[in-house]
Design a protein around this ligand. Structure first.
Ligand code: 13P
Length: 249
């Protein structure tokens, strides 16, 4: 069974004052029946991790470099994320693929480094609106999965997030049938490549305009094990409603 996971990606949002949201989440969820993860901006990762301590919320980063150290100004290695208290790192988010020209090969190298350093890699895949209109969604996802996921993963060190690019920050989500189709496809590809033991235990997250109002219907989909949430993860009240929906699913 894959672990249920409610993951928040704060993107480039949050300063010291935002740490109060973590206090509220810790108070509301002393012993959740699902995983809870927040990936704050790099500037808050260590402070947030320390604040949580042994608490039931994990922290992670939004990107890492593929190298362990060296002359890479502005970058952060997977080992540094672990040292700062992070347990997860998101790699290949569509905003990184677009803003920083990250290819599948780059994403794969980052994910490999992350797992090598003892982190869980959350590998993101997703089609653009044009690709969906052209009917090539599954081809695109298949290529991204094959190219972005390294060989060194296990069922607990890999998470895959399906984030249709056109659903991110837009308030639009795919139909439930479309989510079923893509998540079943991802599950089948993972089982094909890594075998049933690994393939069935990788958590598959849906991401893109997940809100308190649509979370329950998305979590009712068989191969949806949770969500990667952007805007609605910034406030404890909204994210809490999504966590509630996942706990009830
Ligand atoms: P929104 O939830 O703001 O649409 O963002 C989704 C996302 O990109 C999470 O990684």
């Amino acid at each position: 069974m894959a672990q249920k996971l409610a993951a928040g990606n704060w993107k480039m949002n949050g300063t010291s004052a935002s740490l109060a949201e973590i206090d509220a989440m810790l108070a509301a969820y002393p012993s959740p029946n699902c995983g809870i993860l927040i990936c704050p901006p790099a500037t808050l990762l260590e402070r947030m991790s320390r604040r949580i301590g042994d608490g039931p919320i994990a922290t992670g980063a939004q990107d890492c470099h593929a190298a362990a150290s060296g002359a890479h100004t502005g970058d952060t290695s997977a080992g540094m994320i672990k040292d700062a208290g992070g347990a997860y790192v998101i790699v290949g988010h569509s905003e990184r693929r677009t803003d920083h020209g990250e290819t599948d090969a780059i994403v794969r190298a980052k994910a490999e480094a992350a797992v090598g350093a003892g982190l869980v890699a959350i590998v993101c895949v997703g089609e653009t609106e044009t690709q969906r209109d052209e009917g090539v969604t599954l081809d695109v996802i298949g290529t991204q999965l094959a190219g972005s996921i390294p060989d060194n993963v296990t069922g607990v060190t890999l998470v895959v997030a399906y984030e249709p690019v056109w659903a991110i920050g837009t308030g639009r989500i795919p139909t439930i049938d479309q989510i079923v189709e893509v998540h079943d496809f991802i599950r089948a590809r993972l089982v094909e490549r890594f075998g049933g033991d690994v393939g069935t235990t990788v958590s598959l997250l849906y991401g893109g305009s997940v809100k308190p109002s649509n979370a329950a219907e998305i979590f009712a989909v068989g191969n949806v094990d949770g969500a990667l949430v952007g805007g609605a993860s910034l406030k404890a009240a909204d994210f809490g409603a999504i966590i509630d929906a996942l706990q009830d699913a």
